[in-house]
Design a protein around this ligand. Structure first.
Ligand code: SF4
Length: 361
């Protein structure tokens, strides 16, 4: 695992290479009389050969490695915590250069190796059940900080393991930071990047109509997961405060547009909260709302967060909710809660660490 010390030779104000690999390296290579071959070599080390630092790029001349290290920061974060669960889930809490913290997760499921990445420090959407939103939004992450999460998680894999899926469902609202996210996902998708197909990359949104339209019209190659969490406006307003200004009808219209343009099956996320949105009539209403769509409903039984009053519905309630949706012909998946023991729900590890530091100061 690389540490901040790896980039110590670069000037503190040196550009972050992962912010814009081609834009930074093309002129750098040209100035040194080295062409596309060298650029490809460095890209290969970054994305496919999992170099932990510049010195690991062993077929580059030593002078080139040293100059790279002096010119560009490779890692701008440090690992504040690394936790592992028995089911193979690993979670990193990263401290950014300005002291902010974000989380990212590696999930292992049979041959799948899925990473879940963050796009903002904190979140401004304020979903009442979520640890990430409790302290509001601090700032957007840069492209480099998003790519860095991918590469750090990739470094956790064994030699026989390969990243297969990315979900942009960590801390933050991804569509509120599209300018940084799209170039980062481009690196994930490119054959000379991580080489992950757009079908295997899912962007989650709480449902922001304008950026949903922008994504549909500019880059519809990814899968879209829309977090509804409610079957009607009244419950939505209670759970997702941003929903006060955005109607479910607007969100569904933009989701349908995305489906029309991308041809990708939509996912609707629904966090099941005991006593709030888990009644039989809620399931019926949700089925009415989504009827006729080529969509998967991803129901996530709530993962309790310390300090919040929400609870996980009983197994019987979960079964009943599922049964109603299935009886209405909808494609339903109950997401298995991996990594519970390590606070895998977004924002929990960061909050726990922040509150521990607050307790100890
Ligand atoms: S659930 Fe997602 S959108 Fe809602 S507050 Fe948490 S991080 Fe933000």
């Amino acid at each position: 695992m690389p540490t901040r010390a790896d980039s110590r030779v670069a000037h503190p104000a040196a550009p972050h290479l992962l912010d814009a690999v081609d834009r930074l390296l093309e002129p750098w290579c040209r100035e040194r009389g080295q062409g596309a071959y060298r650029l490809g070599q460095i890209r290969g080390w970054l994305f496919a050969r999992r170099a932990a630092d510049y010195q690991a790029m062993s077929d580059l001349p030593k002078t080139v490695r040293d100059e790279l290290a002096a010119s560009f920061a490779l890692w701008t974060t440090s690992v504040a915590r690394h936790t592992q669960a028995e089911d193979g889930t690993e979670k990193l809490l990263l401290t950014l250069a300005d002291g902010g913290q974000v989380e990212c997760v590696l999930l292992r499921d049979r041959v799948r190796r899925t990473i879940c990445i963050s796009t903002q420090v904190g979140c401004g959407m304020g979903c009442v059940f979520c640890a990430s939103g409790l302290d509001g939004l601090e700032r957007n992450l840069t492209t480099g900080e998003i790519v860095e999460q991918m590469l750090r998680l990739q470094l956790l894999l064994g030699p026989d393991e390969r990243l297969s899926h990315i979900v942009v469902m960590g801390m933050g609202e991804p569509l509120a930071n599209l300018d940084a996210l799209l170039p980062a996902l481009e690196e994930a998708h490119r054959p000379d990047g991580l080489g992950i197909s757009g079908r295997r990359i899912t962007i989650s949104t709480v449902g922001l109509p304008k950026p949903m339209r922008r994504l549909a019209d500019s880059c519809p190659r990814y899968r879209l997961a829309v977090s509804l969490h409610a079957p009607n406006e009244q419950i939505r307003r209670q759970i997702v405060p941003v929903g006060e200004k955005i109607s479910l009808a607007e969100i569904l219209q933009e989701a349908d547009h995305y489906f029309d343009v991308s041809g990708r099956q939509l996912t609707f996320e629904y966090v099941l909260l005991a006593g709030l949105n888990d009644r039989p009539q809620d399931a019926e209403q949700l089925a009415d709302l989504l009827a006729g769509r080529t969509a998967l409903i991803n129901v996530i039984p709530y993962n309790p967060v310390a300090g919040l009053p929400y609870r996980t519905p009983s197994s019987a309630t979960q079964q009943s909710f599922r049964g109603i949706l299935e009886s209405r012909g909808l494609a339903v998946r109950f997401r298995h809660r991996k990594g519970d023991a390590i606070d895998a729900a977004c924002g929990q590890l960061r909050r726990r660490t922040l509150s521990h530091s607050a307790d100890s100061t």
